[in-house]
Design a protein around this ligand. Structure first.
Ligand SMILES: [Zn+2]
Length: 370
């Protein structure tokens, strides 16, 4: 059960148009929003009395890249192999690999299309022509595993009558068991990295305490933390069943990802752009992590229960986490059959392995290990 649980339960699975391949890597499928792209392609490029300008199609061809356009943030990202360049029409600041700042003038929105100056096209080409700095690629420095609820907060409760006896199951216990097993697997595989739990026993923690703990895990430059929250679901419909994975909705921006101090800039507009682009990166990584964990679960428990897909929502615990973040709902305690599965240690072991495999595959793709 999530914190804000009043939203519709309908699947918000990503539309087909939102799935595009990117990175130029078969191992990684970038799920992104491409819908608004329709309005950006194929624009007329020359106007009398103006400097030569090019449309997006031309830029993509010239640079040999793929484009991902986020209509919510108005951020475009061009990808070629491991290199990305993010831009926003109207701004001359572009970011290579979400971090390295370049100045490229002449990226504008014009009559609903994107328009690029000749200089802008050349600048893009020169960035993509630079040798890849593969040794500088980001790595996962830490994994934060957050079993939901705990202590005085039992989470959602399933009550069923089985053979005339009352059978009761609490979300906080299930998710703690899974989290312990998940952490054990992660420590075995990633002994050199920080594997941290929000709670290791039946302790009550506020949401703020969880995110603060996650945000304060020490990592080095160029490292990221993964945030994996584990929950169990409830529904008024006692037949609802299955697992699902949530990631942060892109309509809700995270603030403070890039600060005046960390970026060394004073210009509030620039800071806001840097924040938006960093937020874009986190969202893409969160979607990829969610997808990977969903697949991991599907291969372990797909034969026992339904795959409800990837969903997006802004819920507090993840909104404030400044890292790729997902929330896994392992199943419904309000469904009698599933409650019995969730009371079975072997089934919890399968769930832990499923999540672990998903996290592991994400990390291998993320760090591009061959
Ligand atoms: Zn919950």
């Amino acid at each position: 059960m999530r914190v804000r649980d009043d939203q519709t339960r309908d699947s918000i699975a990503l539309p087909a148009a939102a799935r595009i391949a990117a990175f130029g890597l078969t191992a990684i499928r970038l799920v992104a929003v491409l819908v608004a792209l329709l309005g950006l392609w194929g624009a007329p490029v020359l106007e009398a009395g103006e400097d030569r300008a090019y449309d997006l199609d031309h830029v993509v061809q010239e640079t040999g890249t793929r484009l991902q356009w986020d209509p919510y943030r108005e951020i475009g990202t061009l990808w070629n192999g491991r290199t990305s360049v993010s831009f926003r029409p109207g701004s001359s600041v572009v970011l290579e690999d979400y971090r390295t700042e370049h100045r490229i003038a002449g990226i504008e929105r014009h009559n609903g299309s994107l328009r690029f100056s000749a200089e802008a096209v050349e600048s893009f080409k020169s960035i993509f022509a630079m040798p890849e700095r593969s040794e500088d690629g980001p790595t996962v420095g830490a994994i934060f595993v957050d079993p939901g609820h705990g202590g005085k907060d039992p989470g959602t409760i399933g009550r069923h009558e089985i053979d005339g006896e009352l059978f009761e199951i609490h979300e906080k216990d299930i998710v703690l068991d899974i989290a312990h097993q998940l952490v054990g697997l992660l420590k075995q595989r990633y002994g050199d990295r920080e594997i941290v739990m929000s709670r290791g026993d039946d302790t009550y923690l506020t949401l703020e305490e969880r995110t603060e703990a996650a945000n304060s895990v020490p990592i080095r430059d160029g490292e990221v933390i993964l945030f994996v929250s584990v929950h169990a679901n409830a529904s008024l419909n006692s037949r609802a069943s299955g697992f699902e994975v949530w990631y942060l909705s892109p309509e809700v921006p995270r603030d403070g990802l890039v600060t005046q101090a960390s970026a060394g800039v004073n210009d509030p507009q620039l800071l806001s752009l840097l924040n938006t682009i960093r937020d874009e990166e986190l969202t893409i990584e969160s979607i990829l992590l969610a997808q990977s964990v969903l697949e991991g679960l599907d291969s372990r428990v797909g034969a026992f229960t339904g795959n409800r897909g990837i969903k997006k929502e802004s819920w507090y615990v993840v909104r404030e986490a400044k890292m790729p973040s997902i929330l896994v709902e392992v199943g419904f305690v309000t469904n009698k059959e599933e409650a019995l599965l969730l009371a079975d240690g072997e089934y919890l072991n399968k769930l832990a392995h499923g999540i672990y495999n998903g996290v592991n595959n994400f990390i291998e793709d993320f760090e591009r290990r061959e």
